[in-house]
Design a protein around this ligand. Structure first.
Ligand SMILES: Cc1cc2nc3c(=O)[nH]c(=O)nc-3n(C[C@H](O)[C@H](O)[C@H](O)COP(=O)(O)OP(=O)(O)OC[C@H]3O[C@@H](n4cnc5c(N)ncnc54)[C@H](O)[C@@H]3O)c2cc1C
Length: 411
């Protein structure tokens, strides 16, 4: 068994998905040292992250969330330009298609926020959209919102790219190692226990994805982090689909997609979400296995046929599936617990943990600085759950509702 790379660190990051790797990268870039990232898998980015569709969309309904996404895109751009291991970032832009007046109004509001943030976007003519995505049928489309700096990446490559850059900056990584205790003395975190022995640290950062609930419990914190099933399929390759076509989102149909492996990747948000209760599986076990649900995937296909008839009955090459985590208010959980100083959260990603990873890392660094936090960052604190009363049934139902209304509209 490989030795642990030391016994004392300033920061131990628990979990090496996009979020943990993005956090380690931001810490190192901000000049922090003595950082160790631990993952129980044999490599980084192999769990939920490897299943992600990889879309990064920056147009969000609030200024703070938009800026977070813009910071992430800036990070992917930087990695793509300078890192020895590329994140396979493709800045192809994105098209949002409105099929109803309600969504046209939503696009206008999104554009207002983007303008405020200095994010370039435009309502474009259907003819221009058709030029950007020629095989799509735009005849039912009422408006198109274009964001040229959106794009997609390969999620596993992003984690590898972060890791490579982190190691260059001195961060250490240890894989095939499980964290099984959080050591606390006089109320403060003093270290973590692993299946290879104990380590002392000042900060234990919980980026354990679908196991973030369990790691929180090790510190005595009950956090409503609800894994909700999410899926997409990829068709076999087709002539005429170009990887440079923009990503697309169709809020009225609750669908998103892009070109992948020469075919179409099509994902969506189903109206009746399926969650798993993290209290029902232990830290030492994986989250429950997911079989492709062809009723749900088939409904994505049926809906998309309205805009892209060839998808109906198409042969599929693979299915992406996993348990991204949702919170009752749809917001990330980022920052140090005031109840257990030294215990820091980076979880509850609400299915944008890959695209959000750069911004999440930046906010986490900010949360640990001596500067006063913004009200947005304060609102992401784990304290909003640990210092208030809530119950699981209500929290789960709200987290599911966040999933079911992902594009801000009821279906
Ligand atoms: C089908 C699908 C499509 C998606 N599409 C997108 C998309 O287009 N864009 C986007 O931004 N997001 C997307 N997401 C969401 C995204 O995948 C997640 O938000 C993101 O991967 C979460 O990253 P993470 O690092 O928190 O979790 P994970 O990637 O799951 O990483 C957590 C890590 O913690 C480790 N771990 C757990 N317990 C322990 C322990 N005890 N000790 C040590 N290590 C431990 C695990 O091994 C794992 O590597 C999608 C998700 C799915 C399922």
């Amino acid at each position: 068994m490989t030795e642990l790379p030391g016994t004392e660190f300033e920061f131990v990051v628990i979990g090496g998905g996009a979020v943990g790797c993005g956090v380690a990268y931001s810490l190192a870039k901000s000049g922090k040292a003595d950082i160790l990232l631990i993952d129980r898998a044999d490599d980084v980015g192999t769990v939920t992250t490897s299943q992600g569709a990889g879309l990064a969309g920056q147009m969000r309904s609030s200024v703070e969330r938009t800026k977070l996404a813009m910071h992430s895109v800036q990070t992917f751009r930087e990695l793509q330009a300078h890192a020895a291991v590329e994140p396979d970032w493709k800045e192809v832009g994105s098209l949002r298609l409105a099929l109803s007046d309600e969504v046209v109004a939503q696009f206008e509001a999104l554009k207002g926020v983007a303008d405020h943030c200095g994010l370039e976007s435009a309502m474009i003519h259907i003819a221009e959209a058709k030029e950007r995505w020629p095989p799509m049928d735009f005849s039912e489309v009422k408006a198109v919102l274009w964001c040229p700096s959106d794009g997609y990446m390969l999620p596993k490559s992003v984690a590898s790219s972060y890791r490579h850059e982190c190691e260059r900056m001195g961060v250490q990584f240890v894989t095939s190692t499980s964290v099984d205790t959080i050591e606390i003395e006089d109320g403060y975190v003093t270290g973590v226990g692993t299946d290879r022995g104990k380590l002392r640290c000042r900060y234990a950062i919980n980026a354990a994805g679908a196991h973030a609930y369990h790691i929180g419990q090790l510190a005595g914190l009950e956090l409503p982090i609800v894994p909700v099933r999410h899926e997409y399929f990829v068709t076999v390759d087709w002539d005429g689909l170009d990887p440079q076509f923009p990503c697309f989102r169709v809020p009225d149909l609750t669908l998103y997609g892009r070109v992948a492996d020469g075919g179409m990747l099509l994902g969506g948000w189903e109206p009746a979400a399926l969650h798993t209760d993290p209290r029902q599986f232990p830290l030492g076990a994986k989250a429950p296995p997911i079989e492709p649900d062809w009723n749900v995937l088939g409904s994505f296909e049926d809906k998309m046929a309205q805009l892209f008839p060839a998808v109906r009955g198409s042969e599929k090459s693979r299915v992406g599936k996993g348990w991204p985590t949702f919170t009752p208010d749809g917001q990330f959980i980022i920052g140090e617990s005031s109840r257990v100083p030294g215990f820091v959260m980076a979880g509850g990603c609400n299915a944008h943990g890959i695209s959000g990873s750069g911004g999440i890392g930046q906010l986490l660094v900010e949360s640990l600085s001596d500067e006063p936090s913004s009200s947005y960052l304060e609102g992401l604190s784990p304290d909003r759950f640990t210092e208030t009363e809530w119950d699981w049934a209500e929290a789960t139902s709200r987290a599911r509702a966040v999933y079911e209304t992902y594009y801000g509209i009821e279906t």
